[in-house]
Design a protein around this ligand. Structure first.
Ligand SMILES: [Zn+2]
Length: 128
């Protein structure tokens, strides 16, 4: 299926992830890869990630997560995905070794999400 760039209107075929006219990066699917189990969670829509979902793929460290622990959202302006900590989570969510402030932060391919500096390490990948 073709898609139309929301920034400049240029039409692309399905395989293109990036608009060659203006550089807009399309938000494809986001994949979280749990380092402990090597299992993957593929996310295609804005999703709150918490203990129950993490228990299905991320191994024993899901016990450190709240319900929800963090929120994944597509960034329709800048393209790609962002992460925001859920209000009220007991343990802080970290991105690349630094605690997330309240504002959403962009998620780059290869970024590492964790709870505290070392628990529940999830590597970020993307797929079309
Ligand atoms: Zn464009």
């Amino acid at each position: 299926m073709a898609w139309k760039c929301p920034q400049c209107g240029f039409v692309h075929d399905e395989a293109a992830l990036r608009c060659e006219a203006c550089g807009f990066t399309r938000a494809g699917k986001l994949v979280l890869v749990a380092e402990e189990t090597s299992r993957r969670l593929s996310v295609g829509v804005d999703t709150a990630i918490g203990k129950h979902l993490l228990r299905t793929f991320a191994g024993g460290d899901h016990v450190y997560a709240a319900e929800p622990q963090f929120l994944l959202a597509r960034d329709l302006v800048a393209g790609g995905w962002s992460i925001a900590p859920a209000p009220g989570a007991m343990n802080p969510t970290f991105l690349n070794g630094a605690a997330l402030a309240g504002a959403p932060a962009p998620l780059a391919e290869g970024a590492v999400i964790s709870i505290g500096p070392t628990r529940l390490r999830l590597r970020v990948e993307s797929e079309p």
